[in-house]
Design a binder for this molecule. Structure first.
Ligand SMILES: [Zn+2]
Length: 271
């Protein structure tokens, strides 16, 4: 356990003795020392356990695009759904607004955020900076650790493939984001993981808000190639593949924006 605790990015989240866990839908595989991600959020600051559960459910619904941009989040309804007080709901909504996932409007209430083109572009740029660091860090680890991480992430890719085969769109979207979060978690900087969580959720909202396309998610084959480069300890190739992977998403989103006809897309052309 001492060794695991030293190597694992979130040792406190991994109970021992370690055995494969199953969570959620059938066929979902989890590796023994993979970082535990609750929805797309690990440990939102300032919330107690009950509030964290409600927070995680809301983040999941947004990440899976069940809750769409602009939807009003009525305190009373949420309090009823989660069985907690309105005061607690207000606190959760405040935290979500601090993550730019929810927009609070005086006298009107809370709404699922609708990121602008500008916010989306900034999110992509931030993501690129963080994730280039992440893959280079992973590729620079010792061979045994790299092998272990890649082995675990390949299990994650199996889950992604299973979701695609089962046509489980919500799982597919969530898992493609989680792949990136797990890489960041293995790289060991929890602050970066938390920033990345917000960025991925914001991009998910932007994609729904501004495009009609369904082809904007991660390519599973590209995830596989990234892992090959990390396993080989080739930081340069991992970096190149990561940049290309994000570029593919960004290009798809830019095309979606051009077809959108919205004010955001019209203004985007000036940038
Ligand atoms: Zn991806």
């Amino acid at each position: 356990m001492a060794d695991d605790a030293k190597n694992d990015p979130m040792p406190q989240a991994v109970p021992g003795p370690q055995k494969p866990r199953r969570r959620g839908t059938a066929g979902r595989k989890a590796a023994s020392d993979e970082p535990e991600l609750i929805g797309l959020e690990l440990r939102p600051a300032g919330l107690n356990k009950v509030e964290r559960q409600a927070f995680a459910k809301l983040m999941d619904a947004i990440a899976e695009r069940r809750l769409l941009p602009g939807v009003r989040l009525v305190e009373e309804d949420l309090a009823g759904i989660f069985g907690v007080s309105r005061e607690r709901i207000r606190r959760i909504l405040l935290v979500l607004s601090q993550h730019d996932i929810v927009r609070l409007e005086p006298n009107r209430g809370a709404f699922v955020a609708r990121p602008s083109y500008r916010e989306c572009r900034d999110a992509f740029e931030s993501r690129r900076l963080i994730e280039r660091h992440v893959v280079q860090t992973l590729a620079s680890l010792g061979p045994a650790r790299r092998r272990k991480i890649v082995e675990n992430l390949r299990l994650h890719i199996e889950n992604e493939t299973a979701a695609v085969r089962a046509d489980d769109r919500a799982a597919e979207i969530r898992l493609s984001g989680e792949f990136h979060l797990k890489m960041a978690a293995y790289a060991g900087n929890q602050r970066l993981v938390r920033i990345l969580q917000d960025l991925i959720a914001q991009m998910s909202l932007a994609i729904v808000a501004h495009t009609h396309s369904h082809d904007l998610d991660c390519s599973i084959a590209e995830h596989g190639s990234l892992l090959d480069a990390i396993l080989a300890g080739d930081a340069e190739a991992a970096d190149r593949l990561l940049v290309a992977h994000l570029e593919h998403m960004e290009t798809a989103l830019a095309h979606g924006l051009q077809d959108d006809g919205s004010l955001a897309s019209v203004l985007a052309k000036e940038h």
